[in-house]
Design a protein around this ligand. Structure first.
Ligand SMILES: [Zn+2]
Length: 129
């Protein structure tokens, strides 16, 4: 079951940019309790869930909405990148390192230039494997 009224309040999926919705599933073991969570309709990523009885459903839904939207926002100047550099990032860093004049550039500046080259080559979460 999807709560369509709340879908517009949700930010897009942080992994693929897809449309997300709030889901409600009856708990298998607890009568009158439901599991509430946000799920991406494109890639299937889901946020943390809250289990609540009917009286506490509103608060549980607001909590999972807030959690999903918090996760969806990248602050300005920040970028979501893979934990392990992929092959393309490694090549970009290697090529940048080859261009550097190791005799005249401070080590810190070399690291920053290699870092920037690798970030520029990083896949977006949408392309990630
Ligand atoms: Zn997604």
């Amino acid at each position: 079951m999807t709560d369509e009224k709340r879908v517009s309040e949700l930010l897009p999926c942080p992994f693929c940019g897809g449309k997300a919705s709030v889901r409600h599933e009856r708990d298998l073991y607890l009568d009158r309790y439901q599991r509430h969570f946000v799920k991406c309709g494109s890639c299937g990523a889901s946020g943390s869930e809250k289990i609540a009885n009917e009286d506490d459903a509103y608060g549980a839904i607001q909590s999972v909405l807030a959690g999903w939207n918090r996760r969806s926002q990248e602050p300005d100047g920040w970028r979501l990148v893979p934990v392990e550099p992929d092959h393309g990032m490694g090549i970009a860093g290697f090529l940048e390192a080859q261009k550097l004049d190791v005799a005249s550039l401070p080590l810190f500046d070399m690291c920053v230039r290699i870092y920037r080259a690798m970030l520029a080559a990083a896949p977006s979460p949408k392309e990630g494997k």
